[in-house]
Every structure is written in C-alpha cells, then in structure tokens.
Design a protein around this ligand. Structure first.
Ligand code: GLU
Length: 417
C-alpha cells in the first residue's frame, strides 16, 4: 500500500459523490455511510508448541436492507477495524450494482497466515467461526473467501458452524470446495468478471480488447485468473507482480505459466525470460489496460499523474484513493470500478448459495453463462446511469445505481421505531 488514505473515509466520500446526483433523504444517506454493527473480538488459539496466542479479528455487518449480510473474510497483518468497515460497505454497493439480493459484510483476522502451520490456522479459523456463530447463518450473514483465505478456511467454518448448530447448512458460507457444497466456477469468478468488464469497456469505447497490452498488479486468485482470461480474449499480458516483486516482457507473458511458476516458487519473480520491475514501474507502465488486483490504495494522488494506462479495471477492492480517482478522471483515464468489475466473486457466491438452498448442482457452463448475463446487464445499467446523470466517471454512476436500489429497499420496508 503506498497511499495513506483511510479506506472507510474513501467509501464515505464515494457515497457522498453519488448521493449528490440523487434526491434521497439526507438521513438515509447518512445511514448508508456507516455500518449497522461491528464485532471486534480477540481469538486465543494454541500454537503447535503448546503455547497460546491471542489475535484480533473483526466482522462488520454494514447494511442488510436488501438481504443477508454478505462478504469475505481476509487474513492479513494490515487488517484494521476501518478497513473491514470500508470493505463491508463496498460489499453493499457491489451486491446492489449487480442486483444480487444481499446486503454487505466483511471480516478479517490480523495475522500473516504464512507465519502459521495448517493445524494452527485450522484452530484459529474454528475459533473465529465459534465467535461468529451467533451472528451468521444462511439467512443472516454469509461469509466467503477474501485475501489469503480460500476453500480450506470456508470448509472449516462450515464444519464448525454445522457441528455447533447440529444441522447441515452449506449456505452459511460460500467459496467452499466442490465436495463440501461449493459451486463450479466460483474460484475463477472474480477474475472472470474482471475480464468480462474489460471486454465490455473496450467494446463500449468502440474498440476491442484484442491485441491490448495489459499489466496486472497482484497475482493471487483474482489477478492470475483475470490475466489468463484476458489473454483468452486476445489481450497481451506484458507485466505481472506480487508482493515479492514484478516481471515484465514486452513480447508477452504466458499468464497460466506465470501462475504455475508462482505456485512452485511462491512468487512470479524470476519467471521465464522476463525483466524485473518494481511495483511503481508496473503501475505506471505504458499499457492499454491496467488491472490492480492486490490491496487498497495501490494508486494514490502522487502516482496517478504518472499512470499511462488508458483503462483501469479494478479487480481489487479500493485500489484507487478518491484523490487518485479525481486525477485520473480529469486525465480521461477510464476507471472501471471494483464494485462492478470484481463482483463476479459474490455473484457466483450467490449462485452457490442458491444451489445449496435447493440442494442442486449447476454445470460450469450454466454458472458462467448466468455470470456473463449478470455482468453485461450490470455494465449496461452503469453506462445508462453515466449518460443519463452525466456523472464524471463510471464509479459515481455505479454508486448511483447501487444507492438507488438500497434506498428503495429501505424506504419500501418502512421505518421500525
Ligand atoms: N471477497 C469477495 C469480494 O470482495 C467475495 C465476497 C463473497 O463472495 O461474498 O467481493
């Protein structure tokens, strides 16, 4: 993270920017800028040597006006209360912009998971699941994977919940492994929506993603899948990076091969015949498309003037500070916002939950077709709002669409004294 912006303040600014285009009650907008509740808990678990360790964890339930709270759980040393609050708010607007019937939530544990063994992580995860149990449920709050968590952690949480509740409730969590009730296509879904968002954006600009040069910052699940699928659509990935460094090859990097290299060595660094490059060099590379797929605040107002990409598609949550956004908007750089571009993850989580509730299994083809429909329809809705409200950029348009939906749900429900 290069910038100092507080993500929670960024979220509030984004809501205010969009609310200015809407005739909504100021009191309702205030409600939409703050979480309903935040759990802060200290989890004590046993290390392999028998000693005890206590770590901090959070779960923010931001808004439930459109359905159960929904959103991932991340394991990262940089997790803070405000970060989790922001991420939970972004989930509200993400679910609304793609019109899946959920509110927003997010959780995190303040650890570097690479410091712990698998059995330590299991004990810690089950301890968090025990704390979460009274506040989650298939119709209440449905966690999912996020940074540094995946199927393994989701399976542990599902098992802990089901054991303590003496029931089967696979829909209490999404992003599970297939044999534990997961969905086809869920692992790829965030990267898939990112690639679809890029395709739709170039089409909208009367151009095509074919032959476009691409740089991807962050090569975890979202970034690596987005790179591979953009490559399938005809884009040329020329630079990728992870927290250990970046690599550049103007002739193109084989996205899947680079991922295999990372899986074996732990990093993309040293892949093939590439040249090393720094994080800042990657973000300011002269490419057609930049995909930030790591953490918040990757591009701040200091860096934004040097960004040379024409289009930025946000696979990460909150990778641009609001000040960077303003600079890029002025410079005519098209920014495709996180709450839309990475919404494939939660959309296929929704499909997983629907399948769990119906005890039914969809084919991968069906999942991907439904996802493509959701993403292309959402993009059309954002472009319509951008044109009809004359918003300065696509982010504000996406928030206009999303806030309208949440406000309508709240107002139609009436007020409970
Ligand atoms: N963590 C993902 C996100 O930020 C997925 C959330 C979910 O599937 O609920 O969108």
């Amino acid at each position: 993270m290069s910038g100092e912006a507080n993500p929670f303040e960024s979220l509030q600014e984004q809501v205010d920017d969009a609310a200015a285009y809407l005739d909504a009650d100021a009191g309702v907008i205030e409600r939409l800028k703050n979480p309903e509740r935040v759990l802060e808990t200290n989890l004590t678990f046993e290390r392999d040597d028998g000693s005890l360790e206590t770590v901090r964890a959070y779960r923010s339930q931001f808004n439930g006006d459109r359905g159960p709270y929904k959103g991932g759980i991340r394991y990262h040393p940089g997790v803070t209360r405000d970060e989790v609050k922001a991420l939970s708010g972004w989930m509200v607007y993400k679910c609304a912009v793609v019109d899946v019937p959920y509110g927003g939530g997010k959780g995190g544990i303040v650890i570097d998971p690479t410091d712990y063994s698998e059995s330590e992580l299991e004990r810690l995860t089950r301890s968090f699941a025990k704390e979460l149990r009274p506040m989650i449920g298939e119709d209440i709050d449905i966690p999912a994977p996020d940074v540094n968590t995946g199927q393994r952690e989701m399976n542990w949480i599902k098992d802990t919940y089901e054991t303590l509740e003496n029931t089967t409730a696979p829909g209490v969590i999404t992003g599970k492994a297939l044999d534990s009730g997961g969905s086809e296509g869920r692992v790829e879904a965030t990267g898939r929506s990112t690639a679809l968002a890029a395709r739709e954006t170039f089409d909208w600009l009367d151009d095509s993603i074919e032959g476009k040069t691409v740089a991807v910052q962050g090569y975890g699940n979202a970034g690596s899948v987005a790179a591979a699928l953009i490559e399938d659509l005809g884009g040329r990935v020329v630079a990728v990076s992870d927290s250990s460094g970046g690599v550049h090859d103007p002739d193109g990097i084989d996205a899947r091969d680079a991922k295999a290299h990372k899986q074996t060595t732990g990093t993309v660094s040293g892949y093939g015949s590439t040249e090393p490059l720094t994080n800042e060099e990657l973000l300011t590379l002269d490419v057609d498309l930049l995909v930030p797929a790591a953490l918040e605040n990757a591009i701040d107002a200091d860096l934004a003037p040097d960004v040379r990409a024409d289009v930025i598609v946000e696979a990460a949550n909150g990778p641009l500070t609001p000040d960077a956004d303003a600079v890029l908007t002025d410079r005519g750089v098209r920014v495709v916002p996180d709450i839309f571009a990475n919404a494939g993850g939660v959309t296929v989580s929704y499909f997983e939950w629907v399948q769990n509730r119906q005890r039914f299994h969809w084919t991968e083809t069906r999942v991907n077709e439904e996802l493509e429909r959701v993403i292309t329809e959402a993009f059309d809705g954002i472009v319509d709002a951008h044109e009809s409200y004359d918003t300065p950029n696509l982010r504000t348009a996406a928030y206009v669409v999303a806030i309208e939906r949440v406000v309508d749900a709240y107002e139609q429900a009436g007020n409970w004294p």
